[in-house]
Design a protein around this ligand. Structure first.
Ligand code: CTP
Ligand SMILES: C[C@](O)(CO)[C@H](O)COP(=O)(O)O
Length: 420
């Protein structure tokens, strides 16, 4: 399987937007646009490196922001362009480099920083902050299907005129043949590097590949991938962000209750969901470990659960959706989660994770390294002996041979359906 690298160009100053800082630092729904772009890009399947290209004039501000993002999401530290290992959850490495005078120069600087093993490259505008992870996934799939370059595009709704320098119309192209193209644009690495060797400028990278006779394929774009250019665009993406936030709509927040035996993949899935959409991740293992650390001794399971129910309630009361990450083994715990949702008028989606391949499950349980300091994971025998009542959840997902990203997509689809 090939490795995907994403170059996020955030090196422009955003003169047409006219903000008091570079456009990529301007906030949408409380987060800088570059942060939105990084989060959506890194969640795409197969992404192993994200290179962020920033303006040299504001390097320090970007470094600070992106360092925080690295730490909060588990990116490995370090800003170099050397090969880096993936952490156990598969978070890609992040590299920050300085851009150039024009967009094409910034892309070229980003390409220089790509790790050796990357062979599919996505180039993405930070200015298209809300382009969804599903769009990244679709572009990668189309590149892997064999195109030199893949661009997402939408049909144009206005009639387009070609004009000369004096403003006289010289042509009216047939509208049905036109597409307004977006980013992320995807490339076979060799084709993109070749296209950038000539030093030509273009308003998008696919044009450079096209000039060299490469094949450029257009796939369906996404209305969320709006480019923020002018102040009105910023208002439009703010509205989109608000509508896409679980809990922000009239249907209110959701409580996603993930359950299943230890080692089945609950935490990886919860994190994959949280990387795609704003939710609070509530993990009972973390609560119990914290209690032990402050000297609470052996913590009975009902204590950790009781705290989790209360914290979940606080989040739902604020309109924040929650992903609860607990084994949830008994009728009584399942009933209690439903009661938490009911108290706060939240939708509840109960999801049981199973691993249909015992060998895979055992390998996960025996091979994992505790990621909470002081937490002791159960042995395979303890997992097998664990009391676990049969459950009739809204959704049952088999984690044996699926990626957390694919499973997260299934959960988000179910969540969207539960809004209706
Ligand atoms: N020298 C440049 C110019 C642009 N970009 C990036 O390319 C994307 C698309 O460019 P544009 O929307 O034109 O951004 P700006 O150049 O910042 O805006 P303006 O043209 O209004 O100054 C943006 O994410 C921008 O940060 C870049 O990395 N380096
Ligand atoms: C790459 C692009 O987003 C495709 O539509 C667009 O060409 C960037 O243009 P900008 O003027 O640099 O924003």
């Amino acid at each position: 399987m090939s490795a995907v690298g994403v170059v996020i160009v955030a090196g422009g100053l955003g003169t047409r937007l006219g903000a008091d800082r570079p456009k990529a630092l301007v906030e949408v729904a409380g987060e800088a646009m570059v942060v939105h772009a990084v989060r959506r890009a890194r969640a795409a399947a197969g992404v192993q490196q994200v290179v962020v290209v920033v303006p040299a004039s504001h390097r320090a501000e970007f470094d600070l922001l992106l360092r925080r993002e690295r730490v909060s999401c588990g990116f490995p530290e370090g800003g170099g362009s050397t090969t880096r290992a993936l952490d156990p959850d598969g978070f890609p490495g992040m590299t920050v480099v300085e851009g150039g005078a024009e967009r094409t120069d910034s892309v070229a600087a980003g390409l220089q920083a790509l790790d050796e093993q990357v062979d599919v490259v996505l180039v993405h505008d930070a200015a298209r902050a809300l382009a969804p992870t599903t769009l990244f996934d679709a572009v990668v799939a189309a590149v892997r299907a064999g195109a030199d370059a893949v661009v997402p595009g939408l049909p144009v709704t206005d009639t387009v005129k070609q004009v000369d320098a004096a403003g006289h119309v010289v042509a009216t192209p047939d509208r049905s043949t036109l597409r307004a193209v977006q980013t992320p644009q995807g490339f076979a690495r060799a084709a993109l590097e070749r296209a950038h060797t000539g030093g030509d400028q273009a308003t998008d990278d696919a044009a450079l590949v096209e000039r060299q006779g490469g094949t450029v394929v257009v796939i369906d774009g996404d209305t969320q991938a709006i480019k923020v250019t002018h102040p009105a665009d910023l208002e439009a993406v703010e509205r989109l962000a608000a509508a896409a936030t679980p809990g922000a709509g009239p249907e209110g927040p959701a409580l996603v209750v993930l359950g299943g035996l230890p080692g089945v993949g609950k935490t990886s899935l919860a994190r994959a969901i949280a990387r795609r959409t704003p939710v609070a991740h509530l993990r009972v293992d973390t609560i119990e470990t914290g209690l032990r650390r402050v000297g609470a001794g052996e913590v009975p399971p009902e204590t950790g659960y009781a705290i989790a129910f209360e914290v979940a309630g606080d989040q739902l009361a604020l309109g924040t959706s929650v992903v609860a990450d607990t084994v949830n083994p008994l009728l009584v715990t399942r009933e209690a989660w439903r009661a938490v949702a009911a108290r706060h008028d939240a939708r509840v989606l109960e999801i049981e994770l199973v691993c249909s391949d015992p060998a895979v499950h055992e390998a996960r349980v025996t091979g994992r390294v505790p990621d909470i300091e002081g937490h002791v994971d159960p042995t395979w025998q303890e997992v097998r002996d664990r009391e676990y009542a049969a459950w009739d959840p809204d959704l049952r997902l088999d984690t044996a041979h699926a990626t957390s990203d694919d499973l997260a997509q299934a959960v988000l689809t179910a969540l969207a359906a539960s809004r209706q």
